[in-house]
Design a protein around this ligand. Structure first.
Ligand SMILES: [Zn+2]
Length: 493
């Protein structure tokens, strides 16, 4: 076939709907075409790149002992009700009815189905370990699909699942998958940051994300250049600095007419945000929660949700705040009753704070913990910020943006216990199989690669995942084996 016949019409004008580089450049290069919000066709150039990525992934999965399978996208909703994940995914789960009125879902992930496969195939410890994987289409009804192929509703993903007899087995499967992931990104020519991630409510112990750094990425990574520590913003821990030792002063009420925000309060009283305490109200399932963090920090909602063990967490409405007998804009940890009080440890790293007074247009100054108020839970509930000291070494933390292009996760026994996937150990005891899961978004990896690798002329693919490798094949400047030749051109653009 001639290149001139290829279905990839390039655009002369800038696509106006594209806000990120990968979206704009892939539309412009005729690599993708949009069918609906968050739904795309991959045209020949994109498809060639995707197949190259897939082949690298497949190669490394097989080398790590994975067995490739194919599970259905269309699944009975019943199966998802067994694990409580219909509610868990909520509106992100694509659901439909078949002609008999039977509820079905378009799967966003495959833990239920794969656990049932293993349940039917594993009887004893001799049948373990097992690693199964597939490269397949998944669906997620995102509220706001965006950024081209980065956040879409239909996407290709490699998902792998490991099954082991014990924790040691899980550790080796997890390490083997982690190494396979490192190899995959390296072979794609894409340098990633491996960041500790939150392991969520289902709660296995370990979870790592593979992040491709790019300024437009929606994930924030906190890292320490001195010791190499890296974690995503929700998981990261840094040392909260002390605002300075000082003698505690007597608590005093001050008038603050019309002041509702920390910024306004700081300029009105001429203090730094770190000398105030911020009150934030949340609704954890059916309960209103009072959260206090130092004014220069933000609440880490993931840490809060994990500590509360609630299903849903959101900011409380003005109504709910009022119902709890609190005054939004001037709520105070002092004298608060009948509401659970959660505080970040930052409240212990300073003195003489400005706080609300639970009265309109009034604040208190010189509030000190624990002299003036109590809390029910005191833990790490603030997001770590760059500039904080590393917990592991004397280094200073930095933050960077990136796109999550892979995630590995120790699942534990939630799915095997819920769905009854047990094995018999060497003593004949029945035990739940221990699972791990490992995902790579294939289309997202391509999009992130473009996001990271482009210049003012267009996409500059890393050679291994370029749709075509172009060069003369003869000189030392472009010695690309197997390249299609014809004249001297800039390689792999
Ligand atoms: Zn460090």
């Amino acid at each position: 076939m001639k290149f001139t016949q290829m279905v990839s019409k390039t655009l002369r004008t800038e696509p106006t709907e594209a806000e990120t580089a990968n979206h704009r450049l892939m539309l412009k290069a005729g690599m993708i075409s949009q069918v609906a919000s968050g739904v795309y066709s991959y045209l020949p150039l994109a498809w060639r790149s995707l197949k190259k990525i897939e082949n690298i992934i497949r190669d490394e999965m097989n080398a790590a002992g994975g067995q490739e399978i194919r599970m259905p996208v269309l699944q009975p909703q019943e199966l998802w009700e067994e694990t409580g994940r219909v509610a868990g995914f909520g509106e992100n789960l694509f659901s439909l009815q078949d002609r008999r009125g039977r509820p079905m879902v378009l799967a966003p992930t495959h833990e239920e189905v794969v656990t049932n496969i293993v349940k039917g195939n594993v009887q004893s410890y001799r049948d373990l370990p097992v690693i199964l994987y597939q490269i397949q289409t998944k669906f997620r009804d995102e509220a706001r699909p965006r950024a081209g192929l980065i956040r879409v509703r239909e996407f290709d993903m490699k998902d792998a699942y490991s099954f082991d007899a014990d924790e040691d087995g899980l550790d080796s499967s997890y390490q083997a998958m982690g190494q396979a992931y490192r190899n995959i990104y390296e072979r794609c020519g894409l340098p990633v940051i491996i960041a500790e991630a939150d392991s969520g409510a289902i709660g296995g112990k370990d979870s790592h994300e593979f992040i491709l750094p790019t300024p437009t990425g929606e994930d924030t990574i906190i890292l320490c250049p001195s010791c190499g520590y890296a974690a995503n913003a929700e998981k990261a821990r840094g040392q909260v600095s002390h605002t300075g030792e000082e003698a505690t002063l007597p608590l005093k009420q001050v008038s603050t007419p019309g002041i509702k925000t920390i910024d306004a309060l700081c300029s009105f009283l001429n203090v730094q945000p770190s000398k105030t305490l911020k009150a934030v109200f949340y609704r954890a399932d059916e309960e209103t929660i009072f959260v206090t963090v130092r004014g220069d920090l933000e609440v880490n909602e993931v840490a809060l949700k994990n500590a509360l063990g609630c299903k849903a967490l959101r900011l409380a409405s003005d109504e709910e705040v009022k119902e709890a007998g609190l005054v939004a804009g001037s709520a105070s940890p002092i004298g608060i009753k009948d509401v659970r009080r959660i505080a970040d440890i930052s409240i212990t790293k300073g003195a003489n704070y400005v706080v609300g007074a639970n009265l309109p247009d009034t604040h208190m100054i010189n509030a000190n913990y624990p002299r003036d108020f109590e809390v029910d839970v005191l833990e790490h509930f603030a997001l770590t910020q760059e500039g904080q000291r590393c917990m592991m070494c004397p280094g200073t933390l930095e933050s960077t943006k990136g796109v999550e292009v892979g995630h590995i996760f120790k699942l534990g026994t939630f799915f095997s216990e819920t769905l009854g996937a047990y094995y018999l150990d060497s003593e004949g005891q029945q035990r739940p199989i221990i699972m791990g899961c490992y995902g790579i978004g294939v289309g997202r990896l391509l999009a992130a690669a473009v996001e990271q690798n482009h210049d003012d002329k267009g996409i500059v693919f890393p050679t291994p995942i370029a749709p075509f490798q172009v060069g003369c094949g003869e000189c030392s400047r472009c010695p690309i084996p197997g390249a299609v030749g014809g004249g001297h051109r800039d390689p792999v653009r």
